[in-house]
Write a protein that binds this ligand. Structure first.
Ligand SMILES: Cc1ncc(COP(=O)(O)O)c(C=O)c1O
Length: 488
């Protein structure tokens, strides 16, 4: 081991010493990435990371260099095979987008530009503004609505709740906190995502003051019960401030009647926030757009470009009707963020004024490139195709001996279970075997308190042949499981 060279003796730049060699290796890396996407269907959906691979990630910090080509060989052997698998057409778990080749190019360009989009007068925030206008156009909100990229809908819902809290209490709450005054209460359905509850915790309002209202058979919030709950809280001296509508519930894709919620929110002078993590994007699909009726009246909308628009992770977004209310919830007067009349520090509206992130990447670029190259119509058609595939799967489940449907299928999510499985343990076993054999990756959820199999078709690569292959594998494995459970 040699001595460290004296400062100044070795070049300090981290750029390659030999650009042509690096360029060739970088081109190979791009080819490797695109090969993975082009041939994704040929491999397993998922495989567990073996102990010997895990051990390769428990080594000390590398002090010296290795050639990029060698490290890329490690990526090929140790990383790429063991990712979650959501680019695969038979990945059907949770609510994952599937990525696109143009997304790969966009990430590459964004990394090369390495723009910090927290603020300052440059093209990054201008592109971000364009994305807010496109989202407002798609959802029917005013073009003056403000928008900000965040990691995901969990964060977007949290920020939306903070804007609603400020709208109720005044921006002095930022300095004074929640002390004194009536206790705030918010309302959402029992189908609302857990991040709404968590947002109440994080905002200091208290999850105990999120009223989770029952739903009807279709999964829409019972508006009669919502009105009753608001009245009860007012009678008890509490302060209702927020209704959270769900556009596409995480369990099976339920939609609240957003128009009815908008009427209630207007009559009760409450903020209407819509969690449309994936479901709001049905606004891009003509045959599904009616589900989002009323979305145009929301005060704020949280959604994810990394879900049904397949922009690479991560690309959550919060859209707010009133840009002033939005800005005053977050803008901070720090000296080092002072604006100047000209130059790089010019401009009144920096993204860091609309959320808590100061350093932030150029997420807007990958959304812009995705819509520019694919067009909104193709994305809408792929959303419609996913819903058609879900209806196909639901029909096969409904007609089968082995399975029964566990919930309605209004969108792209099919919840079903093995018949004669009161505890849901056979259904959970089926999901694990499908995943472990690399055949498919559905997930599980609970419907009516019982674990069920949940196949969420979010992937633009999924064909009806994939659905049939997954269904037939499931039938076969269900039979295996029944016989295994019978013999103990
Ligand atoms: C309805 C709904 N809301 C919120 C979220 C959270 O989104 P994210 O995972 O991007 O934070 C999800 C995630 O699936 C969701 O389905």
């Amino acid at each position: 081991v040699g001595q460290r060279p004296p400062l100044g003796a070795a070049p300090a730049s981290l750029d390659p010493a030999d650009w042509p060699v690096f360029r060739a290796e970088a081109h190979a890396a791009l080819d490797q990435a695109l090969d993975g996407l082009e041939h994704v269907r040929d491999g397993p959906v998922w495989r567990p990371t073996p102990a010997e691979v895990r051990a390769r990630f428990e080594v000390p910090l590398p002090a010296g260099p290795r050639p990029l080509g060698d490290v890329l060989a490690d990526v090929d052997a140790l990383i790429a095979p063991y990712v979650v698998g959501n680019t695969h057409p038979r990945f059907m778990g949770w609510a994952h987008g599937a990525g696109t080749p143009v997304g790969v190019v966009a990430e590459l360009i964004a990394a090369a530009l390495d723009a910090n989009c927290g603020g300052r007068d440059h093209i990054g925030p201008i592109v971000e503004r364009q994305i807010a206008r496109w989202a407002a156009e798609a959802f029917g909100l005013p073009s003056t609505s403000s928008g900000v990229f965040v990691t995901g809908a969990s964060q977007a819902n949290f920020l939306g709740l903070l804007v609603a809290r400020d709208a109720a209490l005044g921006h002095a709450v930022r300095a004074d906190g929640l002390k004194g005054g009536a206790q705030l209460c918010a309302y959402a359905s029992v189908e609302a995502h857990g991040c709404v509850r968590q947002a109440m915790e994080l905002a200091g309002v208290g999850a105990g003051f999120l009223r989770q209202i029952a739903t009807d058979a279709a999964g829409a919030v019972r508006t009669d019960q919502l009105r009753d709950a608001i009245r009860r809280d007012r009678d008890a001296g509490l302060r209702p401030f927020l209704v959270v509508g769900t556009a596409g519930g995480v369990n099976f894709g339920a939609f609240d009647e957003l128009l009815a919620l908008a009427d209630i929110a207007a009559a009760e002078r409450l903020w209407l926030h819509v969690d449309g993590a994936f479901g709001a994007l049905t606004a891009l699909a003509p045959s599904l757009k009616p589900l989002t009726r009323g979305l145009q009246r929301a005060d704020s909308v949280a959604f994810d470009f990394h879900k049904w628009t397949h922009v690479p992770y991560d690309a959550g977004f919060l859209l707010v009707r009133d840009p002033v209310a939005h800005k005053q919830t977050f803008a901070a007067p720090a000296a080092y963020l002072s604006r100047l009349p000209r130059g790089l520090a010019a401009g009144d509206d920096w993204p860091c004024d609309y959320g808590p992130d100061l350093s932030r990447g150029f997420r807007a670029l990958k959304v812009w490139l995705t819509f520019q190259t694919l067009g909104a119509e193709a994305i809408g058609r792929s959303i419609e195709a996913n819903c058609a595939a879900a209806r196909h799967l639901a029909a096969r489940v409904a007609a089968s001996e082995a399975f029964e449907l566990a919930a309605p299928v209004p969108l792209n999510i099919v919840c079903f279970r093995i018949k004669d499985d009161p505890q849901g343990d056979k259904s959970a076993e089926l999901v694990m075997r499908l995943q472990e054999r690399g055949l498919a990756a559905p997930s599980t959820t609970r419907i009516g308190g019982r674990p069920v199999i949940r196949a969420a078709i979010f992937n633009h690569r999924t064909t009806l042949a994939d659905i049939d292959a997954v269904f037939e594998a499931a039938v076969q494995i269900a039979a295996e499981i029944s016989s295994d459970f019978a013999t103990g």
